[in-house]
Design a protein around this ligand. Structure first.
Ligand code: PLP
Length: 276
């Protein structure tokens, strides 16, 4: 079962209109939720971010927040999803193709679940990454379905045998192509501030909370590529990558090529939170 055009249906029934603005302009926003043991992780914060992304691009949600919440929980239950992800997208709907908004837009919500294992391979062993120029627009705080720069970066990383591309804007590290980036030096944990240049990840927020609890000195402050490459430890966070240690960036080996002790502690705490 899926949700398509604001109602439940079988996937086979779903047909995208060629003039859906999401399809033609990338005019929409999305959210990815993780389900652990049948429960939606940090559900309200993900929903809030969906609402805020929609507001920022002036899309009025087609249903009340309560209705959306009930439908999404219903979908997870209906599909008997125990471990996996829930993808939700809202586009500005179908209209004659012209750039400005339709007179009477009717936003369309799509949602589906996918069963998937947790990323134990990457969280245990760590990942290799590459650095890339951040060529994205200046509203990366919006979880927009326009993901072309992210797609190109991830493909380049894949072609080089890497799991993630780390973006920098004029030498300042912003975030990964689908993750946030943290560095650890001694007792300091640092990550780019949550402004227009990054997506304020839900995992990022969880880690910042957990780090303070561990007595780490959390700094939400820009840092450069040289700082990144010289750090004691580096890790990335996302709903799908969870807390993945970075053990290599291009030809630079990080933390002797092993997940570091502070990253491990944060992973442990995160595990406690997801298993609730
Ligand atoms: N930054 C970008 C560009 C992303 O696409 C994502 C997730 O897809 C994140 C950060 C991490 O966000 P979250 O932890 O909410 O999954």
């Amino acid at each position: 079962m899926i949700i398509f055009q604001n109602r439940f249906m079988d996937r086979e029934e779903a047909k995208v209109d060629m003039e859906d603005r999401g399809y033609q302009f990338g005019d929409g926003v999305y959210e990815v939720f993780r389900i652990y043991d049948g429960a939606l992780f940090d559900f309200d914060n993900h929903l809030d971010r969906l609402v805020s992304s929609a507001q920022k691009i002036r899309i009025e949600l087609p249903l009340s927040l309560n209705e959306i919440k009930k439908m999404l929980m219903g979908l997870v239950k209906e599909n008997s999803l125990v471990n996996g992800t829930l993808y939700v997208q809202v586009t500005r709907g179908v209209a004659n193709r012209t750039h400005h908004f339709p007179e009477h837009p009717k936003a369309l919500l799509t949602a589906y679940t996918k069963q998937s294992e947790r990323p134990f391979e990457t969280t245990n062993k760590g990942i290799q990454t590459i650095l890339m120029d951040d060529i994205r627009w200046l509203r990366c705080d919006i979880k927009s379905i326009n993901l072309l720069p992210n797609v190109l970066a991830k493909q380049t990383a894949k072609e080089q045998g890497c799991k993630e591309a780390i973006f920098h804007r004029d030498g300042i590290v912003t975030e990964g192509s689908s993750s946030n980036v943290f560095i650890i030096n001694g007792n300091d944990l640092q990550t780019h501030p949550a402004n227009n240049l990054i997506l304020n990840g839900i995992t990022r927020r969880n880690i910042i909370g957990l780090a303070s609890g561990l007595g780490l000195n959390v700094k939400e402050k820009p840092y450069g590529v040289e700082d990144l490459l010289a750090s004691d430890e580096v890790f990335v966070t996302s709903t799908t990558l969870e807390v993945s240690p970075v053990i290599g960036i291009d030809s630079t080996v990080i933390a002797d090529g092993q997940p570091g002790p502070v990253t491990r502690k944060l992973q442990e705490r995160f595990e406690g939170r997801v298993l609730g």
